[in-house]
Design a protein around this ligand. Structure first.
Ligand code: CAA
Length: 296
């Protein structure tokens, strides 16, 4: 395993490309637009600068990491020599199925095809290909360079050998792989999203305010971010879509998304990426300011 291709240059894709490149792999990063690719390289460069400033890596290691990365707008070109492809495109089932059909057509027959999906069925994605034993979930956490976990999700047909290879690769990235089976939300989001949803219900029902709910969880449970801040960080649209997968997949009312979350997504209040969610975000500021709607 030497040649890694990452599809999608957004937050997760650029983080995944970063960690593979920093661990010495040759990485091809693919996206549909040159502008997104340039933005991803700039982000990786900035994150590496921060690591150099903190003396976690040397300037030479930064240069070596960037030299391991090349960018492509053509999927066929970008996957043609891949040993492993990690798909990190937008969380849309039709889009992912199409990408997997294209990857299957153009990547070497021996390549492992992984998806970073946070909730879409690996088995469904694998069924789009002629190599379902070589399709697997490789679910990284945001921010990828910092978070240690890789949730390794076995689809219905994923082979032991492929699972073992992905485990070894994850360890080479200094990550901790955890094996889970393919059911709605896997493990991470099956547990995380109901907690976030409950925090939103707690706000919706007026039990406590935004800061109070987050402070209880930060100081009471030693979470680095409160659940409402974390929801903003993940993206409220992403949280809603994962809750819908849990609700549809299990058919149980306990997974029904809180109406406040649904309204916020309809209003375009998506958290950090839209500048406002439960908090409001000013570019360049690290201050946590409660959004006017939720101020007391
Ligand atoms: N890239 C690289 N490094 C980063 C980074 C990034 N994007 N963001 C932060 N860092 C580094 C900082 O440089 C810093 O490094 P040092 O420890 O060496 O100083 C470290 O992370 C901490 O950063 P900060 O001091 O700026 O801020 P912080 O202490 O508040 O930590 C955080 C930031 C790591 C994001 C922390 O708040 C945290 O762990 N939050 C929870 C994150 C979480 O739960 N992620 C999972 C989300 S769920 C998911 O991803 C999956 C899904 O399917 C929805």
């Amino acid at each position: 395993m030497k040649n890694i291709t990452v599809i999608g240059a957004g937050t997760m894709g650029n983080g995944i490309a970063h960690v593979f490149a920093q661990s010495g792999f040759t990485v091809k990063l693919i996206d549909v637009s040159e502008a997104s690719l340039q933005k991803a390289i700039d982000t990786i460069s900035k994150n590496l600068d921060r690591m150099v400033a903190k003396e976690k890596i040397t300037a030479a290691e930064k240069t070596a990491t960037l030299s391991n990365l090349t960018t492509f707008t053509s999927l066929a070109e970008g996957v043609k020599n891949a040993d492993l492809v990690v798909e990190a495109a937008t969380e849309n089932v039709d889009l992912k199925c199409k990408i997997f059909r294209d990857m299957d057509a153009h990547a070497p027959a021996s390549a492992i095809l992984a998806t970073n999906t946070s909730s879409i069925s690996i088995t469904k994605i694998a069924a789009q290909t002629k190599r379902p034993t070589q399709v697997i979930g490789m679910h990284f956490m945001n921010p990828v360079p910092v978070m240690k976990l890789v949730e390794v999700i076995r689809g219905y047909s994923t082979s032991d050998e492929v699972t073992q290879t992905v485990f070894e690769l994850s360890r080479k990235l200094a990550k901790v792989p955890v094996e889970v089976n393919d059911y709605p939300g896997f493990v991470a989001n099956r547990i995380l999203m109901p907690m976030i949803n409950e925090a939103i219900y707690t706000l919706f029902e007026g039990v406590a305010g935004v800061e109070e709910i987050d402070t209880v969880m930060k100081l009471g449970m030693a979470h680095p971010m409160g659940p409402l801040q974390l929801a903003d960080f993940i993206g409220l649209d992403v949280c809603l879509s994962i809750l819908n997968v849990l609700h549809d997949g299990f058919g149980q009312p306990k997974y029904a998304p809180c109406p406040l979350l649904v309204n916020m997504v309809m209003a375009g209040q998506l958290g950090v990426k839209s500048g406002q969610g439960f908090y409001q975000y000013a570019a360049g500021s690290k201050d946590l300011v409660v959004a006017p709607k939720f101020k007391k």
